[in-house]
Design a protein around this ligand. Sequence first.
Ligand code: IPM
Ligand code: MG
Length: 368
Amino acid sequence: MIKLKKRKILLLPGDGIGPEVIGEVRKIIQWFNVNKSLDFEIDEDLAGGAAYDKHGTPITDEVFYKALESEVVMLGAVGGPKWDNLEFEKKPERALLKLRKELKLFANLRPAICFKQLVNASSLKPEVVSGLDIMIVRELTGGIYFGEPRGIKPIDKGERKGINTHTYTTSEIVRVARVAFDLAKKRANKVTSCEKSNVMEAGQLWKEEVQALHDKEYKEVKLNHMLADNCAMQLLRDPKQFDVIVTDNLFGDMLSDQASMLTGSLGLLPSASLGAKNKNGEMRAMYEPIHGAAPDIAGKDIANPIATILSFAMALKYSLDLDKEAEGLEKAVQGVLDDGLRTKDILTKGMKEVSTTEMGDAIISKLK
Ligand code: IPM
Ligand code: MG
């Protein structure tokens, strides 16, 4: 078993705008090292299409082992049209899925918060989204993303069949539900569990196990169950009814994209993927923005680095026990938004447009 090295941060910029947004986080980590006397050890390597181009694989064993021994992995984004036609196992996304699965990062936290400065950037009416603060807890290592059997196989008369399997076990459901209940206790104390128990046995099991855990250990938390399609609708109709949403891998993928748009831009939302704590209290974790590699705007210094910077704030909080520093960083982000600085994706009338690097610099100057 590879041992975790405390305070070791592995940066995996990846593809597209990944290197630009991770570049801003690198500046921030260095700032903390110099000005807060923190001792983060930074390493950096290739993942995704960038790794494929150099090594013929989306993640080399060497980089994978580095990730295994790092307390924090910060990922930019992977993928792009350049690699769309590669066979499945070589696609950039496999790097991400392998890291999630093999590092056992089963709980994916995706907050959707509508910053007051940005209520007008949302496509929904301000009164529907202002003050919005949802936490989506997405199961990340099970369900249809990883279920067996899977594949594409030939059947009769030149036809083919694509197969994926949706499975969940009791313990997979219970451990992620526990994360959701624990988070809810520190928030508005409400969990909505989403599945399709009306059509899928795995969904029925999900619902039963979440309810059973609640009745046994979390009676004080308010729990309701919602069919995932209804949840998609409710997120648009009345998103503020939600506090914590817990759901499976696929529904979580879709519902979190949808929730993110309530806040105005994908460019703002961070995520944390957490494993279980070992007996020494150590935990593997990976942090990444929710947005993708956005190849169309890559290399232009216009991407929004805030989602990645807020992902690092989550790392400070969940992995490094530096709550005060996390808050300071979040406040710095709020500060630049208060000052009217905006990257292109969140630009509205009367605000000042800044580049990726200018946004990073402005956030650092607020930290001071
Ligand atoms: C996400 C992404 C990934 C997913 C892709 C890039 C594999 O959409 O993190 O939400 O489907 O999980
Ligand atoms: Mg997604």
